[in-house]
Design a protein around this ligand. Sequence first.
Ligand SMILES: [Zn+2]
Length: 507
Amino acid sequence: MGKLKAYVPVLLSLLISFVIILLIGFNSVNKAPGEVYKVYVDGNFIGAIKSKSALEKYINNEQKSLKKEYGVKKVYIPNGIDIEKELTYKGKIISEKKIYKKIKEKKSFTIKGYIVTISKEKEKDIKLYLLKKGIFDKAVKQVLYSFESKENVLNYKNDTQAEIKTTGSTIENIYIDQDITIQEAFISTDELIFTNEVDLTKYLLFGTLDNGKEYTVRLGDTIETVAFNNKLSPSEFLIVNPEFTNVNNLLSVGQKVSIALISPILNIVVEKNVVEDMDKPYDTIEKEDSSMDLGTTQVETEGVNGIQRVTEKIQYVNGEARPAYISNVEVLKEPVNKVVIKGTKKTYGGVYTGSIDPAISSGSWGWATVSPYIITSYFEWRWGRLHEGIDISGCGMGSPIFAIESGTVLSTYDGCSNYGSISDSCGDYFGNYVWIQHPNGVYAVYAHLMNGVVAYPGQQVSKGQVIGYMGSSGSSTGTHLHLGTFYGGTKYGEYGGGTVFNPLSLY
Ligand SMILES: [Zn+2]
């Protein structure tokens, strides 16, 4: 034992030097100039690096930060990456950072989530990427509530809508006019991935996550004027500024309001049954009286409008009314017709003083359709485009269309089929139409008429004269009349250059 004890230091020092040699030896192997790692993506060589662990560090760090960003436990690294050790490499060695960048250009990290595919015939599929499935339903509800009150929607769903006893409206159906599928999938973290319903709602409504422009309220502004001047309809203004409840809310000077344009991703359809009372207009009956001078008139009985209760079926797509139809009319009070006596006596030496047409002044303009009717679209902005006129519907295919004043027919078109649509090869926006030059610089277009236009170019028409019949030709989503009015000219062509104005300002 004593001998062995004497050897211990020698053995120990031998052991230490052996370990040192081993370490140096291994180190020198590691630092051998020929040894590298070759990196492949899907079998394609993308470069060589010195340190495998340095590259792994980049990948791990990215994984960590993505886990944090999306709040998920697992982030999948790009697949198809191979790293092979090579001892006799003579080519160029590049930095691990560069290789990492190259990998990221070709491949992405993925996380488990859901792909929502929104599809419609003849339209391109829209894909949305979600972290959680449940946020889609929640966001769709929020979008729906921006077009229709939550209270109404819940009453419809719970079958607790109040029955219409006199007038009012009920929802008959709510649906999305697109096919929607939701699939679980690995999603590239390079995509826009929705993690909460607030962002998703905003995206479904505006088609972007950018905050739209803001407007600072000035003296004299109203919701209606701010909306119109910024290409929004009043109802769109209320959607982008939910703190306001109706268009009559006051704005305060200096207040900032959103003027973001909505561009809905979904087509949310709400079908309603509406009952409302409207005037039943009186007719004017003329009687001749040979004891009165020609050119003179006298009102025998003043006209009084009656009342009619009208039941309408209206379809709203993302809050925008489509041409409606009337399902029932009940007359509550018959109108009293106006009776006018016209003199026919030609007095000797008397001078015929001219026209017995109504005076041309504000309030004298006639209506273009029969009654009852529904105005389903006003002269206002919708989705960033001005609707240059009003849409009148509910009168039915083939109901007469009247000239709103006397005038000269400038042009007509009668080549489109009766039931044209946007896809109709008769692509002209107006379909069958009549342009009339009315008094006081007013030019009017009567559009989407049924095949069989009555008016012809050069014709002199009088107020109330039938010029055609209500149809759905051209770019039209249902039977209606589009009445557009311009000042100083028509929209295009020979008489073009007119300024569009709201036809309702004539009445
Ligand atoms: Zn229109």
